[in-house]
Each structure stands twice: as structure tokens, then as C-alpha cells.
Design a protein around this ligand. Structure first.
Ligand code: ATP
Length: 304
């Protein structure tokens, strides 16, 4: 077990940022930490990263206690904060070499490592540009490279996809899957649920400083959990009538489509077969809310 959090609490004066969070994250897996704004995700990650001390509860990172063994924990983690400063006057390569020096990585090794990481995050072409000229997305990628410089076993990433364009997000997904495949423990906080569903093995849902549930994101979960579907038909009026007659909850959405509430892929497949059997010409039938979104909305209802 590589991250273990048990009953952790942290207040800032009167503000109870984390009331009680418990979770586990395994090596070889991507674990997503999801929750509304202000639910305590960043505070928790800061405690894991040795940068805040919990008021109560227990944390183990790679078997070590961040409170009593911070130096050993820092050597094993890669930490990517949500928005970070870089030294604007340095080039991208120099930023990474400076971080490598802080980790006391030998200069030769630091140069090879920097080149490898620039390649991983697709910043080779910008290696000699000043960090100040980077776009937000490019800075995020530099932040990821920075977090990887010491070849950590545990990665703590706070909103790594924010500011990334679609291609960079897909690439980030591949990088995270690759890191998990190397046996690393990846804990990533994010709001982008549809993407997390594709990259994460497990999601921990938090709200108001409490961990509510841990959801395994395997095929069964996706098959069972997808709860709403969009139907595009050449016979929209007949479709509406049919859904009313068959008591299927539905509403009109943009693009002339109809959204229906049907729990699980089995039931959706049956609905589609019934529509086609009754002569309704369906030209599109797609999930409109992913299983993770449905689970998140159900778990955080009334807890915003
Ligand atoms: N240093 C601090 N002093 C006072 N309050 C704080 C401090 N840090 C966080 N908080 C409060 O604690 C709560 C949890 O904040 P936190 O940043 O952990 O949430 P989050 O889930 O990461 O939010 P987001 O998704 O918006 O990044 C918020 O109400 C926040 O205002």
C-alpha cells in the first residue's frame, strides 16, 4: 500500500478544511480525488506532500509518516501543485536542471533526465525558451516534468489537466497511465470527470472535507452506472410520444436530441432495440452522462 490516509483532519482557524478523510491508493494505479470546490482536496494533498501537518489522523506515504519523516517522504514523492511559480528568467531546461540540483542529482544524470522529461511532456522545442513566455498549458507540462525529476514512486498531482488543450489532455492521460504501468502510485485531483473515468482505476469522492466513497472504475461500473443517454431520431415527435407511452423519463436537449434516463448499458440496449422494433428511426444513441459523473452527482447531492 503506497498511500494510506486514516481519519485525517485539518482546520485553519475556524475553517475546517478537512474534517475526516480516509483513503488508500495502490501502486500501479491512478487514483482520482474528486469533489466540489473547497472540499479539501488541495489541503489533503499538501498534507501528503509534507507541506501541512494534520491536526488528527494518520498518513502513510510509501510506509512513511510525512509528519515525522518528511525528508524521506519528499525523496519519494513528485508534487505538482495547482498553479505554481517558476523562475521566469530561466529557460525551461534551466528550470529542470535547477530542480535536479536541489535533489542533488549529479550534473550528467540531470542533463539526461531533463532531456527525457522534456520529451515525455513534449516541451523539447521550447527547452531554450524563458519560462516566462510559456502558455498556461505549457507551464502545466513543465510542472509535471518538475514533479518527475527525482523519479518518484508516488505522484501527487493537483488539477494537472487545468489549462491543457484537448491534445495535451490526451497526452497527459497517456503519461499518467504510463507512470502507473511502471508501478508508481498516482493520486490526481481533478474536476474533469469524463477524462478521469478514462484514466483512473479508482475514484475517491470527497465533499465538505469528508471522504464519501471510493469507486472502482472498472468495466462493470461503467456498464452499470451510465444513467443518461442522448437519442437522435428522424422521427422526433413519434419518439417523444413513444417515450411518454412507455413511461421513460425524457427531455428535449440541444441539436434536436432527446435525453433519456436509463440506468445501465443493458437497459439502454433494450430501449434501443424496442424503439427500432416499433419503427422509430434512431440515428444516434450515446451516453450523455458518464458513470463517474452520475456517481459523483449522487454522492455530493446536498453537500455543496
Ligand atoms: N490556508 C488556509 N487558510 C484558511 N482557509 C483555508 C486555507 N486553505 C484552504 N482553506 C479553506 O479550506 C477549504 C478547503 O480548501 P481546499 O483548497 O483544500 O479545497 P479544494 O477541494 O482543493 O478546492 P478546489 O477544487 O477549489 O481547488 C476551503 O473552504 C478553503 O477556503
Amino acid at each position: 500500500m503506497s498511500i494510506e490516509v486514516q481519519g485525517v483532519r485539518r482546520a485553519f482557524g475556524d475553517v475546517l478544511a478537512v474534517e475526516s478523510i480516509s483513503l488508500r491508493a495502490e501502486p500501479g494505479e491512478v487514483t482520482a480525488l474528486i469533489g466540489p470546490n473547497g472540499s479539501g482536496k488541495t489541503t489533503l494533498l499538501l498534507m501528503l506532500a509534507t507541506l501541512l501537518v494534520p491536526d488528527q489522523g494518520q498518513i502513510r506515504v510509501d510506509g512513511l509518516d510525512p509528519v515525522t519523516q518528511p525528508t524521506q517522504v519528499r525523496a519519494r514523492i513528485g508534487w505538482m501543485p495547482d498553479g505554481f511559480g517558476t523562475w521566469d528568467a530561466l529557460t525551461v531546461r534551466e528550470v529542470l536542471l535547477t530542480i535536479a540540483a536541489a535533489y542533488r542529482i549529479a550534473p550528467d544524470r540531470a542533463r539526461t533526465r531533463t532531456d527525457e522529461l522534456l520529451h515525455t511532456v513534449h516541451l523539447e522545442d521550447l527547452a531554450d525558451r524563458r519560462a516566462r513566455v510559456l502558455s498556461r498549458g505549457q507551464k502545466q507540462r513543465l510542472g509535471l516534468a518538475r514533479a518527475l525529476i527525482n523519479d518518484p514512486t508516488v505522484l501527487l498531482l493537483d488539477e494537472p489537466a487545468s489549462g491543457l488543450d484537448p491534445r495535451s489532455r490526451i497526452e497527459l492521460r497517456d503519461v499518467l497511465r504510463g507512470l502507473a504501468a511502471q508501478g508508481k502510485t498516482v493520486l490526481v485531483s481533478s474536476h474533469i470527470l469524463t477524462e478521469l473515468q478514462e484514466v483512473a482505476d479508482r475514484a475517491v469522492i470527497v465533499a465538505r472535507g469528508r471522504s464519501l466513497e471510493t469507486q472502482s472504475l472498472d468495466g462493470d461500473f461503467v456498464a452499470m452506472g451510465t444513467a443518461s443517454w442522448r437519442i437522435d431520431s428522424l422521427d422526433p415527435d413519434r419518439l417523444t410520444g413513444w417515450l411518454v407511452d412507455h413511461h421513460v423519463p425524457a427531455r428535449k436537449v440541444g441539436g434536436g436530441q432527446t435525453e433519456v434516463e436509463v440506468a445501465g448499458e443493458e437497459n439502454a440496449a433494450r430501449l434501443l432495440a424496442d424503439l427500432v422494433r416499433d419503427g422509430i428511426r434512431v440515428i444516434g444513441f450515446t451516453p450523455s452522462q458518464g458513470a463517474l459523473e452520475s456517481a459523483y452527482l449522487a454522492a455530493t447531492e446536498d453537500r455543496q
